[in-house]
Write a protein that binds this ligand. Structure first.
Ligand code: LLP
Length: 415
């Protein structure tokens, strides 16, 4: 559930008419809803109830400082995948002791920094990384908390680009290798075996693959315990899907029930790393129609947002609902391809959408709060969009629209 609703024919972000946002701040812009973000985070937290748990919001989904800050205020943990994301968490007031560090290619400086600030756990993805972390921790004079990211070889049934739990993926280590690496980690002087983790993919709409992955991890935990290696937490990663169109993904409550049922009375803290399920439906991309163009084959709505602002349709064939901000247009309803000004045929936000449009109309691209702004670029030297956060009747500019000087900062001419 989100707080973007139609009121008297005008789309509102919480209590603010979206038309007002476009007038005051221009387009394209991202608009986030605080109440929605908080509601989604709380749904995960409440679902795990009194079982020891930590919800580590996946920063990559939406890393705006204001978004991180309001989740930090709720007591959220964080999942980061780079030194840059770690600095964002710190800048936003997040607690490093509630932050886990994922990712296949951690560099020495990133490990050092994470150790220095005292992160909760490193999610390790290879033998080479395990050895490197032991060396870095030794040089720093501390013990690094580690978890091994297991690749449980389950088919998450999602788009191949966002499926990560199959043998052929670069992520994690297979079960046998992980068992061997746990034995190695237990021997290494500068590592502390803290947990076990996996992340099998994103935008999952069924529980079955998550349950399968969990069963494989629980089996490993029991075998490790029999060898005297005690794992204290189990981190199942992110992945819970959202409704973009007509998907019916399980909610956090059903997911948590399945987890608790299977974990039983094992003394394991549960950690989850949801990104999309928290931020996805908490944001829209607001754009204005510049031109309508009719060709013998197609009707095009040329809008001021483009693939550089939201790349999901171009990259994954992602489907985002596109709705008029003001209802009741007298224009003729047509099947429009909603496209941007970038010089690529993949530059579309949606195809064959039934819309009644006039140049100058505002459109809202729904479900754009996750993997939207964070994946934006300056392609075609287009400034990155502004980001706004609505809280009731209040509007905050949480990132200004980029300008030309910012885009060329750091570049120079030859002498
Ligand atoms: N944990 C790890 C280790 C991950 O790799 C990811 C996402 C998450 C958590 C959060 O997953 P979520 O709950 O958001 O599904 N750009 C793609 C999605 C890439 C996801 C990458 N990893 C998209 O726009 O669909």
């Amino acid at each position: 559930m989100d707080y973007f609703n139609d009121r008297d024919g005008v789309l509102h972000a919480e209590d603010v008419p979206v038309t007002e946002l476009a007038e005051r701040f221009g387009t394209p812009c991202y608009v986030y809803s605080r109440a929605t973000l908080e509601r989604h985070w709380r749904a995960f937290d409440a679902a795990l109830g009194d079982h020891p748990h930590l919800i580590c919001y996946a920063v990559k989904a939406n890393s705006n400082l204001a978004v991180l800050n309001l989740l930090a205020r709720l007591g959220s943990g964080f999942d980061v995948v780079s030194g840059g994301e770690l600095e964002r968490v710190l800048r936003a007031g997040g607690d490093p002791a509630r932050t886990v560090f994922s990712g296949v290619g951690k560099q020495v400086w990133e490990m050092r920094r994470a150790l220095e600030v005292g992160i909760r756990c490193f999610n390790i993805e290879s033998g080479a990384e395990l050895e490197r972390l032991n060396d870095v921790a030794g040089a720093t004079g501390c013990r690094a908390p580690v978890s091994l990211r297991v690749n449980p070889d389950v088919d998450a049934g999602t788009h191949p680009y966002i499926s990560t739990g199959l043998r052929e993926n670069k992520f994690g280590v297979d079960v046998d290798t992980a068992m061997a690496l746990y034995r190695r980690a237990a021997e290494l002087p500068h590592l502390d075996v803290a947990g076990i983790d996996c992340h099998i993919g994103s935008q999952l709409t069924r529980l079955a693959p998550l349950r399968d992955a969990l069963d494989r991890l629980l089996d490993m935990i029991d075998r490790l315990a029999a060898e005297g290696i005690a794992v204290r937490h189990l981190d199942l990663g992110g992945g819970l899907g959202i409704r973009y169109r007509d998907e019916t993904p399980p909610g956090p409550a059903a997911y948590a029930r399945a987890l608790r049922e299977r974990i039983g009375d094992r003394a394991l803290e549960i950690m989850l790393e949801p990104g999309r399920a928290i931020a996805g439906n908490a944001g829209i991309l607001l754009t204005r129609v510049e031109y309508l163009k009719h060709t013998p084959e197609r009707h095009f709505a040329l809008v001021d947002a483009a693939m550089n602002d939201l790349i999901r349709p171009a990259l994954y064939g992602g489907w985002h609902d596109i709705v008029p901000v003001v209802q009741g247009s007298p224009a003729e309803m047509r099947a429009y391809d909603v496209v941007g000004p970038v010089c690529e045929s993949a530059d579309f936000l949606g195809k064959e959408r039934m819309l009644a449009l006039t140049a100058g109309d505002l459109l809202a691209v729904r479900s754009a709060g996750a993997y939207g702004f964070v994946m934006s670029s300056n392609y075609n030297t287009r400034p990155r969009a502004a980001e706004l956060l609505v809280d009731g009747t209040q509007v905050y500019v949480v990132r200004e629209r980029e300008n030309f000087e910012q885009m060329v900062a750091g570049e120079c001419l030859l002498p």
